[in-house]
Design a binder for this molecule. Sequence first.
Ligand code: GLN
Length: 558
Amino acid sequence: MARYLFVAGGVMSGIGKGVTTASIGKILQSKGFKITAIKIDPYINVDAGTMNPIEHGEVFVTKDGLECDQDIGNYERFLNEELTRTNYMTTGSVYETVIHKERNLEYKGKCVEVVPHIPNEVISRIHQAAKKTKADFVLIEIGGTVGEYQNLLFLEAARMMKLQYPKNVLFILVSYLPVPQMIGEMKTKPTQYAVRTLNSAGIQPDIIIARSEVPLDQIRKKKISIFCNIHEEDVISAPDIESIYEVPINFEKDNLGKLILKKFGLKERKKDLKDWQKLVKIIKTAKKKVKIGIIGKYFETGEFTLADSYISVIEAVKHAAWFHKVKPELVWLSAEKYEKNINKLKELKNFAGLIVPGGFGSRGIEGKIKAIEFARKNKIPFLGLCLGMQLAVIEFARNVCRMKDANTTEIVKHCRYPVIDTLPEQKALLSEKKYGGTMRLGEYLCLLKKGTLAYSIYEKANYWEKKRNKKGDILIKERHRHRYELNNEFRKELTAGGLIISGINPERNLAEIIEIKDHPFFIGVQFHPEFKSKPLSPHPLFREFIRAALREKTSNLN
Ligand code: GLN
């Protein structure tokens, strides 16, 4: 039977519970165990697909087309594996199943109640994930913070599992220890309260991960031990560090892996963190910089700038930069400023490469198109992701093919040149307001035309499905999340003008990749390669984008 590790958060959100969970997974994996990780989000949304990225961060997409929380992305990146929809649940999705079962008489006439039927459904999903992945360890991250009303039923499920399988269930509390400026001393009281709250849900943590700005000292360790009813060696210090990828290495220094195994009565099967250690060494020692601009709009919230909305893109750039042993320098460029002041475009010359990531709606669109035009004309390496690809097509149509008011029907419903248009099946869905989970989602095939840049990138990297057609074209698989596509009615005119369609979906003849000639690197993809990039296997498109950027421009740290 699998072992289950529940991870809950104390004191406040945003303290790196996801990275902690992923890192624990990584170190157990390095000891020779099969790991899987589940994320529980306590909100009513059935999935994360309808949420605004500014509020909730990036929506991650699994290969089987689930729109979920960015933590699933963290798990994939750390475990170097692909997860599926069995690894994710929300309050909404759990209730949806229970209500559906009730309507189908699956509870055989019983009164269906919040407890135990909701926690039972949660437990059954956890078992399902364990079975499907054949994991030795299942990590279950409960979203939110203990004490919140929203995640109580998930804590209840965890408590019930412990009662049922006392030797196979462990609780980890990731808590925060503030060091208030005016006091200058680390305070343990909020963590003490968090543990009491957890106790009132019938749960005693076995391990406390103490997140703070600085390492935990012996006095604080002792205090937590006494007041939280836990041994000192079970309190792990987790101070802020520069890179999230260093977390597993730091945990290993504290022997967290061994501690967990010991609690389950297990021994390590092997020790293998070498590749990870190599990666962290590069992260910490790379000197030469590559400066990449990300032109987007989901950055600002009040006075703060959020990078969370584009987390997979950022990570993919980092992975690729480290592959070339350089330090990524990412700069957020708000597209709207290029609409207000065209002169600002000149600043784009300072970048070694530019990315226009995915997005929805009209804000900032014209600014992004201007920036793409600038990148095309000034031969700045450019990578367009999903919306970024669509806008590159619009720019090309307007400025090269002279289709003056070319646009996407997402923005202008009736224009003369709708070069980007709704996927046929989306029309009915949109008119019926069926927005949730209805985009073209998840992994689809794409055929790469021999002789194109995209073909050579994937082929050289050995990143394809090992299937060729008679012409020698190769198949790849990439993850999608969109409702609009390149309008095939304009394909002829666009290609006559010089646009190269280097990748198409063979089943539906949809344009998946565009590129142009006589440019150091100009590629737009209808899919999201960033979702597949992992630190130990960076995505080839990002790798080659960074290679081109380095060729064009490099700068030194000093
Ligand atoms: N809004 C565009 C579409 O739905 C692009 C989506 C995206 O960038 N993920 O097709």
